[in-house]
Design a protein around this ligand. Structure first.
Ligand SMILES: Nc1nc2c(ncn2[C@@H]2O[C@H](COP(=O)(O)OP(=O)(O)O)[C@@H](O)[C@H]2O)c(=O)[nH]1
Ligand SMILES: [Mg+2]
Length: 403
């Protein structure tokens, strides 16, 4: 392999940095805990009996009846048969283009195999253009559950006329020249604004309260034998996630200023017991860029439809940041869930093995991983390593600043 001198330097620097990261993780307890992703989300983590956040045993199907001669019902102590006869008011939702068909089929196939063929929740597909007959045919064949295909109203999708297009174009061009991912794309901005403020207003979603967002080309690595929708409903959760991430700061330069202004203008919407400590390391003056990765969401649409979020979305929308910058639905949803709900209403679904390129969440805890017959490798969670690596730089900089 021919590597240029510059390439060699880059590889050398990377090797040194990775080595230093590993060494510091081993030798410095403070470094290790500051860079551990699990410590970031520890308030929502579960899976061990000592952690009350794990999905309660009652939500799993009872074990099959034993062959012994005892008149054993086969039901574990405390099993509530009722749970297995109830369903939540919920649906899957996927936003997709006709050209996404192959990836959409792959994602839906896995969601059906790993969960939904046992539960039969409906699917809603949305697109700003009409779905083709081919798309509908290849999707509908995958399930016995109801499937709905809807077109998004133009007013929910396209850049509004009150946006100053010259200003928006100048910002896009600047981002292109800085190689910001999707920096030049208007359709990506339409998508982020739609996912932030409009999908739950679509006619096809009106009958439903809870949704599970699925994207084309994602993977579900484990059997999900419990009903996460029912869990959300019974436990009054409003937002469920599997992966947390840092936002690219260049895309949300003024978002946190807008959030702080909103909190000043509408203090009544900021919830007691909120999760501000997930968003900020200094009580709210700076956003630490943490967010739930929203390509996976199991959440309560009534929260998005409620007074606090409606006011919040309108406030942000008026700032124009979806087009003058490139605000994503992930930080917007995450900030709202963390501020306008109690932190105990946000749930980390450790049990759901999930992958959206390039990151995977593989359930932690051997029992959970085995029970789910998971196809992911627990030891190779690149996302967690990468994030801890980035956190490592932050820790070193903070330490230098302090010193
Ligand atoms: N109908 C439609 N769906 C889109 C468009 N752009 C993105 N999507 C969907 O929006 C979701 C996020 O887009 P994706 O390209 O995966 O963005 P990324 O995950 O941030 O890289 C996926 O479900 C896409 O299928 C678009 O222009 N039209
Ligand atoms: Mg995606």
């Amino acid at each position: 392999m021919n590597v240029s001198p510059v390439g060699r330097y880059i590889i050398l620097v990377l090797v040194i940095l990775i080595g230093l990261h590993s060494l510091l993780s081993f030798t410095h307890e403070g470094y290790n805990s500051a860079t551990s992703i699990s410590s970031l989300t520890s308030q929502w983590r579960g899976s061990t009996p000592s952690n009350p956040n794990a999905i309660p045993e009652d939500y799993y199907p009872p074990p099959p009846p034993s062959n012994s001669s005892q008149t054993d019902t086969g039901l574990g102590a405390g099993t509530d048969l009722g749970i297995h006869q109830r369903k939540a008011n919920a649906t899957f939702v996927m936003l997709a283009r006709n050209s996404d068909i192959d990836g959409a089929v792959r994602s839906m196939r896995e969601a059906e195999d790993r969960f939904n063929k046992k539960f039969g929740y409906p699917w809603v597909f949305l697109n700003e253009e009409p779905f083709t007959d081919e798309f509908k045919k290849r999707i509908s064949v995958l399930t016995d559950a109801p499937v709905h295909f809807g077109q998004i109203p133009a007013s929910h999708w396209y850049q509004p006329s009150w946006i100053d297009e010259d200003r928006a174009a100048a910002s896009r061009n600047a981002m292109v020249s800085e190689n910001v991912i999707y920096g030049g794309s208007v359709s990506y901005r339409n998508m982020c604004r739609f996912n932030s403020g409009f999908f739950f207003k679509h006619d096809l979603l009106q009958p439903f309260r809870y949704y599970w967002r699925v994207e084309p080309d994602v993977h579900f690595h484990c059997d999900v034998d419990f009903d996460p929708f029912l869990f959300m409903q019974d436990q009054q959760k409003i937002y469920g996630f599997t992966i947390t991430m840092y936002e690219y700061e260049r895309t949300i330069t003024t978002l946190w200023d807008a959030v702080k202004d909103f909190m000043k203008d509408y203090p009544q919407y900021v919830s007691p017991g909120n999760a501000m400590n997930f968003l900020s390391d200094n009580g709210g003056s700076r956003y630490n860029l943490c967010h739930f990765w929203s390509n996976f969401e199991i959440a309560d649409m009534d929260f998005w439809r409620g007074e606090a979020y409606s006011a919040f979305f309108d406030y942000l929308d008026k700032r124009g940041g979806f087009y003058y910058e490139r605000w994503g639905d992930a930080p917007v949803h995450s900030i709202a869930a963390a501020l306008f709900a109690r932190s105990d209403q946000i749930h980390f679904f450790n049990e759901i093995g999930y992958e959206h390129n390039p990151y995977t969440h593989c359930p932690q805890g051997d029992e959970t991983w085995k029970r789910g017959k998971c196809s992911c490798d627990q030891g190779r969670s690149f996302g967690e390593f990468f994030s801890s690596f980035v956190l490592g730089f932050k820790w070193v900089l903070d330490e230098l600043g302090r010193g």
